[in-house]
Design a protein around this ligand. Structure first.
Ligand code: NAP
Ligand code: 8YV
Length: 319
């Protein structure tokens, strides 16, 4: 385990494996080198270690990487697949939690609920009522990435009376919502643009100055995906120049560091990457990290392998 994971993951793995806690080693590099010939599995996620080719190539007997979280952009899964190393993530068990958070962010950003809370706490209600806000009535929500979580968000948003449209790399025959092949055209057509794609190089800066310009001065950007999907400089400029109305952000380009310009903006809502962060859901994610490793170790295969490392294996690689 390169970085500390929740206690239940540690205790779960200690039941079935010999667990090495790399973050406790006084010299990580030396410890990794000494352990490398014996390491067959990695438990990762939530830390700062990038599981790229140069890290993975130091572990010649590695067979499986079990990652905490559904997004695995900190892992080079293509490299792993090419070297017969399985990567697993924690899909589905967090869909409802992240969708709840996304709806919370929409409500907070549009109805300015955190700002209203501050108004009360600062004693300003005694002087005047809180200002009137924008509304969700008659609005259209554009979802960028109608996957597992995107669909759970859409289901909730429908009950709020929002019209739903979506963008992805391809239309989904059974989605039941209008599809936009062009992200810019969708941004122009919606009031709220919500991003819930994977991170990584393929989606880097998908939300750029042109998309924000198209979203327009009444537009709201919600990002619960990864900070890398939004060009943060372009977003800060669009917010500063009121090219969009507001943003609700759970993720940032350089977490946990958040640009001071965003922190100083009264009209945006910022969360410290808490999309899945309830005790219930983090326990379910942690259990799946353990179950993937223990199932594989018992010869029953991984439970939730990612697309780049299908199971059973398709072909033998170089590893
Ligand atoms: P998923 O089921 O794989 O859905 C991802 C969606 O993104 C798919 O609909 C896919 O549609 C679309 N997509 C992929 N690449 C795209 C591209 N280049 N351009 C446009 N659309 C693209 O994944 P999920 O389980 O819903 O999770 C989505 C992501 O949410 C995770 O990878 C993670 O980064 C993020 N997340 C954040 C939190 C948080 O705490 N804030 C929590 C959980 C997850 P097409 O294949 O049709 O393009
Ligand atoms: C977690 C997430 O906060 O699942 C994901 O992709 O972003 C979140 O659920 C994170 O992965 C755990 O560190």
């Amino acid at each position: 385990m390169p970085d500390a994971l929740p206690a239940r993951v540690i205790s779960g793995l200690e039941q079935g494996c010999k667990l090495h806690k790399l973050w406790e080693a006084p010299d990580r590099d030396a410890a990794l080198e000494e352990l490398a010939p014996r390491i067959r599995g990695l438990a990762t996620g939530g830390g700062h270690t990038r599981i790229d080719g140069s890290f993975l190539s130091r572990l010649p007997r590695l067979e499986i990487v079990s990652s905490y979280g559904v997004g695995y952009d900190h892992i080079d899964a293509k490299w792993a697949g090419a070297h017969d190393i399985i990567v697993t993530n924690t899909p589905d068990v967090l869909n409802e939690e992240v969708a709840d958070t996304a709806l919370g962010l929409i409500l907070c950003a549009v109805r300015q609920l955190p700002q209203a809370d501050r108004h009360l706490r600062e004693g300003k209600w005694l002087q005047k009522p809180f200002r009137l806000t924008a509304t969700l009535r008659g609005r259209t929500l554009g979802i960028v990435g109608l996957g597992r979580i995107g669909k759970a968000i859409a289901k909730r948003a429908e009950t709020f009376g929002l019209k739903i449209v979506y963008h992805g790399r391809k239309p989904q025959a059974d989605a039941g919502y209008e599809y936009f092949a062009s992200l810019v055209e969708m941004a122009r057509a919606v009031d709220i643009l919500l991003v819930i794609t994977p991170g990584g190089p393929e989606t880097k800066h998908l939300i750029n100055a042109e998309v924000l310009e198209a979203l327009g001065p009444e537009g709201v950007l919600i990002n619960v995906a990864r900070g890398s999907v939004v060009d943060e400089d372009a977003l800060i400029a669009a917010l500063r120049e009121r090219k969009i109305m507001t943003a609700g952000l759970d993720v940032f380009a350089n977490e946990p560091r958040v640009p001071q310009e965003l922190i100083d903006m009264e009209h945006v809502v910022l969360l410290p990457h808490v999309g899945s962060a309830s005790v219930h859901t983090r326990n379910a994610m942690g259990q799946l990290v353990v179950d993937n490793l223990l199932s594989y170790a018992a010869g029953r295969g991984p439970l939730t392998p990612v697309a780049e490392t299908p199971w059973p294996r398709k072909k033998s690689g170089a590893h």
